[in-house]
Design a protein around this ligand. Structure first.
Ligand code: SER
Length: 307
């Protein structure tokens, strides 16, 4: 039902539905993901078309309590994030999840927020598939990153202060193309943490573009365009678009996609055209994207030899 893997759980769909038997009831992965739904946001600090998603999955095995307490243990004891910086959101009336956060984890009640379907109900990926209520761990970068509005101060504010670090989905339903939902054979867990966001938090920088994942690519765009990152908002935006799209196009091509008029090919063409359009804003001329692709290959080829 999808053109590209838009989430870490995509290849596990037949296990969630019971169509296939999973080789193991507990799985974890690092998954190359591609999303074009919010391509027009790419260039801001948080949206990416291509990203690496870290996830753990339960196929009818552990459920909410374990997913929540283990996620908390991972971020506070293994990533060593300061608990005071962390918030959790839950789906409106998910009392079971609230109980896990407040009682099992001991999260202070004023750092638990209840959000609606748009934020805390995930899926299905594509026209139909598994879905369910979710609970997210948000990281507070601090009030200096806030939008300054009187309502700012919790993850319900959609500004740069809070970043959604980890999404824990309680996969309970199968949604059909018409929107009706059936229970899945068993409740499952699907979690997803963006490596790029985790890296930004761990490296103490405001976005993925300042992390070691992106720095050499941004540097290459700076060199080719003779522009410096961090001096002018419009130029920074263009540099980010070019860096991100060069990276994502390189990965799509590596996985066998070629530019075209339909399907995956059309998505790749859109990415390349948008990169060129923003490249022109920083006076990049000629076939500059292939030069940036070389940097992507050099920089990420050890982890992804297929590049
Ligand atoms: N499927 C969920 C997401 O993409 C959690 O992995 O956010």
């Amino acid at each position: 039902t999808l053109l590209l893997s838009s989430a870490g759980m995509v290849q596990f769909k037949p296990y969630f539905t019971g169509e296939l038997r999973s080789p193991h009831p507990r799985l974890s992965s690092v998954q190359k993901c591609f999303r074009s739904t919010d391509i027009d946001e790419v260039g801001d600090r948080t949206h990416l078309t291509f990203f690496e998603m870290l996830g753990n999955f339960s196929i009818g095995d552990y459920f909410k309590k374990e997913a929540i307490t283990w996620a908390w243990e991972f971020v506070t004891e293994h990533l060593n994030l300061s608990p005071e910086r962390l918030w959790a959101s839950i789906y409106l009336d998910d009392e079971e999840a609230a109980e896990c956060w407040l009682t099992d984890v001991g999260l202070p009640a004023d750092r638990l927020v209840r959000l609606g379907e748009e934020d805390n109900f995930w899926g299905p990926p594509g026209a139909e598939g598994p879905c369910g209520p979710c609970s997210e761990i948000h990281y507070d970068f601090g009030s200096e990153y806030g939008c300054g509005k009187i309502t700012c101060g919790t993850p319900s504010c959609d500004c740069d202060r809070f970043v959604e670090l980890w999404n824990l989905v309680f996969m309970q339903f199968y949604q059909h193309p018409g929107g009706e939902r059936d229970n899945l054979p068993e409740p499952n867990i699907d979690t997803g943490m963006g490596l790029e966001r985790a890296a930004a938090i761990l490296q103490g920088v405001p976005s993925a573009y300042e992390t070691d994942l992106f720095k050499p690519i941004v540097q290459r765009v700076e060199d080719l365009s003779n522009r410096q990152y961090g001096k002018d908002q419009d130029i920074d935006y263009a540099i980010r678009v070019v860096a991100e799209h060069a990276r994502s196009a390189t990965f799509l091509i590596t996985d066998g996609v070629t530019p075209g008029n339909e399907g995956r090919g059309h998505i790749l063409r859109r990415v390349i055209r948008r990169a060129v359009r923003f490249g022109r804003r920083i006076e990049l001329d000629g076939p500059f994207l292939s030069k940036i692709a070389e940097t992507v290959v050099e920089h990420m080829g050890r982890q992804y030899p297929e590049l």
